[in-house]
Design a protein around this ligand. Structure first.
Ligand code: BDP
Length: 685
């Protein structure tokens, strides 16, 4: 098993209940068209896989009936009382007949995937049944894929978009990709890198994007494109890209019309502007709203939207990087067109192993904000380090912003309920590539899956997600499921421990961000170095974001300023994020900071080693191929956790001038050795 089938393994089921086999013996699917064919095909695949039987499609559908609500007779339709909207579904049992219903064919498709999941997991369908309605409207993957097929921060091979063969060749993988996304409710994909190439908006590429959009459409997935702000100049021949220039405005309108001629249901633009060298409205002295609005006006007549990223910061702004996006966006709250949604990363710095939630969440009641999570593991050990990210996403979604009093969780900002947003969305930076198993590490498929589940329902729990994913992907055998679930649920904290415990951040190697690099300093931008963030000296370490220094804390609600600003109440996981403290600072455990830190690193290493042992014990529960693949990656992780521990502790040890506490192993090499590994690292990753 090479893992290509992801969580849609449809492996044989023993001990099925009668209804689970019955549904495939007398099934009816109303309607016609591509989505309906996909539904039927899915039933056939599942029936073959589960029971090695063909599905019998009949006129009666006495065991399974998949139909729009409008097609059901009144007595059945009336069973479904909730407003299912455009994508929700209801599955219920009516006297031995399983009904899957929805208002649209996409709802039926989601319902079908759910029914099949229910069967694979051997879970019943109760009398009332299963009602699912997505809590977020736009659930989008962001591919940082370049036109030359490299993937920015992609570690699973090359881009799956074969631009050269498109539009005439539609690779089976595109369909399998769409199917996998639909199975977890993802309904949009931005197929190109936010560091955008203007060429993607030229006819040559629009034809290719059109071919992909056509392939994805029956799966309920819309295509979005990244728009380079300087496109009017680069491909339009204009002298400026000033958003207030009438010619520029017209250019975007014409361009939008052209795109919609190719792709009538084009989702809209995703834009990174004024960030890390990307052009933007700043170039013309304009605001982010003025920049976003020109694109929004262009796509508005066609129903399109603009996802405008808040990842705006500059090395020329003296402020703590943490504060810059807030400072830029809060004053223009309410100034965006109603088809703009501002896309905010989960934290204020950049996808660190752990960050407090971004202070923009809760601070823009008049402008819809969407969440951007990173699924690809830029700062979390790339493809080889196991880190199940659902607990990290969940932690952020559950954090209380306090903006409307207690209970104002980030999830409520994102689902629109806190500020009554008319538009809601979530983005996940994809970890998918040409690797046969899609994501490099077999377990990183779970992060794609988890992202989809949390985008559908940001209140979903990590444990549930992990359990389902393990059972769908491997087996339901509790001897396998339980230890693997534990391993997954602890893995994110484990990585935090051996990389950046206690609120330490951004100490990865320069540029590629793989491996430790606490010594990274100097160069073109201070805010891309480690020393900027850790501020280590004989006096201690950490980033003082209290009033005494950067005061980034003032961007949070008073309750949080109080809690996080106070050494008695700040959670230790955020300690050095907000405070600069001496090496002998007393921790809650009774240890001093230096010892506590060292023990965290050791703990991370111990757990990574333990995972190798745990996995070895599971050898007989998993196929050879995936067993070996995962084992080798877990071994890499255990070795590299040690690399992290040794390099970081040697480096900070120069300042703390204290011995390692008992229980922490001595490094194998000296600091210089570790600093040189970094320099020898293969360029290009
Ligand atoms: C950072 C990455 C960079 C991305 C940037 C972004 O290092 O490659 O282009 O974020 O999100 O995490 O735009």
């Amino acid at each position: 098993n090479d893992g290509y089938k992801l969580w849609l393994q449809y492996y044989p089921i023993e001990n099925a209940e009668d209804w689970m086999t019955d549904v495939f013996t007398d099934a009816k699917v109303n309607g016609s068209g591509e989505t309906i064919s996909i539904i039927k095909n899915e039933l056939e695949l599942a029936s073959e896989g589960f029971f090695n039987k063909k599905t019998s499609f009949t006129e009666s559908g006495s065991k399974l009936w998949i139909a729009l609500k409008s097609e059901l007779p009144a007595n059945l339709a009336s069973r479904s009382t909730e407003d299912l909207g455009e994508e929700g579904y209801h599955i219920f049992n009516a006297n031995g007949q399983v009904i899957v219903t929805a208002n649209t064919q996409f709802g039926l498709l989601y319902g079908t995937f759910r029914l099949l999941q229910q069967i694979q997991l051997l879970e019943p369908i109760s009398e009332h049944g299963i009602v699912e309605i997505p809590k977020i409207q736009k659930r989008v993957l962001n591919h940082w894929d370049n036109l030359n097929r490299t993937v920015e921060r992609g570690y699973s091979g090359f881009s799956i978009w074969n631009w050269h063969r498109l539009p005439r060749h539609i690779d089976q993988q595109y369909l399998d990709y769409a199917r996998a996304n639909a199975s977890v409710g993802i309904n949009g994909t931005a197929i190109t890198n936010v560091n955008a190439n203007a060429l993607v908006l030229t006819p040559y590429y629009l034809e290719k994007a059109q071919a992909l959009a056509n392939a994805f459409r029956p799966y309920g997935i819309k295509v979005y494109l990244t728009a380079r702000f300087s496109s009017p100049m680069e491909i339009g021949g204009l002298k400026t890209a000033d958003p207030l220039d009438p010619e520029v405005q017209q250019w975007w309108k014409d361009k939008a019309k052209e795109i919609y001629d190719y792709i009538p249901d084009f989702g809209g633009f995703l834009v990174k502007a004024d960030s890390e060298g990307q052009p933007g409205p700043h170039n013309y002295g304009r605001t982010q709203a003025e920049g976003a609005n020109v694109l929004a006006d262009a796509v508005k007549p066609f129903g399109g939207i603009v996802m405008w990223r808040a990842f705006v910061y500059s090395e020329h702004t003296p402020d703590d990087r943490h504060k810059q996006a807030y400072n830029e966006f809060v004053p223009i709250d309410g100034k965006f067109r109603d088809n703009v949604i501002v896309q905010v990363k989960n934290g204020a710095i950049d996808f660190q192993p752990r960050e407090p939630f971004h202070p923009l969440f809760g601070a823009m009641p008049e402008t819809p904000l969407m969440m951007e999570f990173q699924i690809t593991q830029e700062y979390l050990g790339h493809d080889t380090h196991l880190a199940f990210l659902a607990p990290m996403y969940e932690e952020v979604l559950k954090e209380d912003t306090y903006v409307n009093g207690e209970g104002s969780e980030v999830a409520k900002v994102i689902d629109g309920s806190l500020h009554d947003y008319s538009m809601t969305a979530m983005a996940g930076v994809a970890n998918i590539g040409t690797d046969r198993n899609w994501t490099g590490h077999h377990f990183h498929q779970a992060n794609w899956y988890a992202y989809g589940k949390l985008a559908w329902n940001p209140y979903e729990r990590s444990e549930r997600i992990a359990l389902d994913w393990i059972k769908l992907t491997f087996t339901s055998d509790p001897d396998f499921v339980n230890p693997v679930k534990e391993m997954m649920l602890r893995s994110h904290e484990m990585v935090v421990n051996y990389m950046t415990p206690l609120g330490i951040h951004h100490i990865m190697a320069r540029s590629h961000h793989y491996g430790p690099g606490p010594w990274v300093t100097g160069g073109e931008r201070a805010d891309w170095t480690s020393t900027y963030y850790h501020n280590a000296s004989e006096k201690g370490m950490g980033f003082d974001r209290t009033r005494a220094r950067s005061n980034a804390l003032e961007q949070y609600a008073p309750e949080l300023q109080e809690k996080w600003g106070n050494l008695e109440t700040v959670p230790e996981k955020f300690l050095l994020w907000f405070h600069h403290l001496p090496w002998d600072h007393q921790m809650k455990s009774g240890n001093i900071l230096w010892d506590e830190m060292a023990l965290h690193y050791q703990k991370g290493v111990d757990e990574a080693r333990q995972n190798v042992k745990t996995w070895k014990k599971l050898e007989n529960h998993v196929d050879r191929y995936r067993y070996e693949h995962v084992l080798s990656f877990l071994k890499i992780q255990a070795e590299e956790a040690q690399w992290w521990r040794d390099a970081v502790l040697l480096y900070f040890g120069q300042f703390s001038n204290r011995p390692l506490p008992e229980g922490v192993e001595s490094p194998e090499h000296d600091l210089e050795y570790y600093m040189n590994i970094n320099h020898k690292f293969v360029p290009g990753i």
